[in-house]
Design a protein around this ligand. Structure first.
Ligand code: SAH
Ligand code: SF4
Length: 362
């Protein structure tokens, strides 16, 4: 039982790595109990100490007096008509609402089935990209590391109940907000996600997507060299880029230079994301310009025809315009694919997340 009144107990998911062991030690318990609690939270996705039935009952209630697990409260759920995509509306402790998306991919060739969770790092976003529903609502607040982690654990719980072994195979930081504008929490969440005594996911299965903040890109390469980086570019021309992505600190030249530094430091290929907007950035000439900008960079371009949302600008190009853009880039020696779409019917696709206050299903 929680104490009455506002819950002021710290969240376990927000503790520093050694914090749980310290609390368990304070309670006079042996060290292995901390590992047991960690497994309960990170491997069995317990949302409450009472679910950790391998702990003595007394310890469960003493822990609950000091701490809460910090699991997110599910305020709404929608699944796409083809069942491949589930979007959860999650309520944070202060009532703030955010969205998290689970995407299920069937096996393809030698590739096994995948379940990817797309998580948010901020409520809203300050970057103001003209085509993005999250950007249109502005910045509300940073999420804590625990709030970022709780999204993965909530979806892991959903996925673990599904067939063929269940479980999440990939995590992408591509939901609401700009991860590198919330660096400390993103860094802490990545550390817990990849720690052997945390969620234990291989960093190679995690991707952080950024609007392109060069200083943050360099820090990420140093702190998490195995984590994949995706850079959202959307233009190969400085003036157009400033119109679409009004972030003063980031020139295209500076972003591409930071991407090169990332490849040099990590030895890993970067992804470049390019939202295609009809008549704005989708001409063959612009594809050629992008090819020249990216020449020599070890990268792969994901082309994303814009997903519409109320209040955002831009039209989808025709299929033939998308394919022409892709062909032109490929001919320039830059590999490019068109992103597989998921969840458009439930506004769960790229750039459609708003943390709506309307109940799910509306
Ligand atoms: N802030 C980060 C991560 C979240 S946005 C970033 O910008 O990279 C995740 C991806 O969705 C980005 O590549 C972004 O450009 C893309 N996106 C935003 N709005 C979109 C829209 N309306 N249609 C398609 N993709 C969109
Ligand atoms: Fe923010 Fe990314 Fe949306 Fe731009 S695309 S407003 S950086 S969430």
């Amino acid at each position: 039982m929680s104490p009455p009144g506002p819950d002021t107990r710290p969240s376990l998911l927000d503790l520093p790595p050694e914090g749980l062991a310290e609390i368990v030690g304070d309670l006079g318990e042996p060290g292995y109990r901390a590992a047991q609690v960690g497994r309960g939270v990170y491997r069995r996705f317990a949302t409450d100490f009472e679910e950790m039935t391998d702990l003595p009952r007394g310890l469960r209630s003493r822990l609950a007096k000091r701490l809460r697990v910090g699991a997110a409260a599910v305020a709404g759920e929608q699944t796409s008509a083809d069942d491949s995509t589930t979007k959860l509306l999650l309520r944070m402790d202060d009532g703030e609402l955010i969205e998290t998306v689970l995407m299920r991919y069937d096996p393809f060739g030698r590739r096994r089935a995948r379940r990817t969770v797309c998580i948010s790092t901020q409520a809203g976003c300050a970057m103001g990209c003209t085509f993005c529903a999250t950007g249109a609502q502005g910045f509300r607040r940073q999420l804590s590391a625990g709030e970022i982690l709780s999204q993965v654990l909530t979806m892991a719980r959903v996925a673990s109940a599904e067939g063929d072994g269940g479980g999440l195979t990939n995590v992408v930081f591509m939901g609401m907000g700009e991860p590198l504008a919330n660096y400390a929490a993103t860094h802490a969440a990545l550390s817990r996600l990849t720690a052997a005594d945390g969620f234990g996911m291989s960093p190679r299965r995690i991707t952080v997507s950024t609007v392109g903040l060069p200083a943050g890109m360099r820090r990420l390469a140093a702190d998490h060299p195995q984590v994949n980086l995706a850079v959202s570019l959307h233009a190969a021309d400085e003036a157009l880029r400033r119109d679409l992505v009004p972030v003063p600190s980031a020139s295209l030249g500076g972003i591409v230079e930071a991407a090169r530094a990332h490849v040099a430091a990590t030895g890993r290929r970067v992804s470049v994301e390019y939202v295609l907007l009809a008549g704005v950035n989708d001409s063959a000439a612009q594809a050629g310009q992008l090819g020249r900008l990216l020449r020599g960079l070890n990268c792969h371009v994901n082309l994303i025809p814009i997903n519409s949302s109320p209040g955002v600008l831009g039209e989808r190009p025709s299929r033939s315009a998308v394919l022409r853009f892709q062909a032109r880039l490929t001919a320039a020696g830059v590999p490019a694919t068109v992103r597989v779409e998921k969840g458009r019917d439930i506004a769960a696709a790229c750039g459609q997340l708003r943390g709506d206050r309307a109940p799910a299903g509306c």
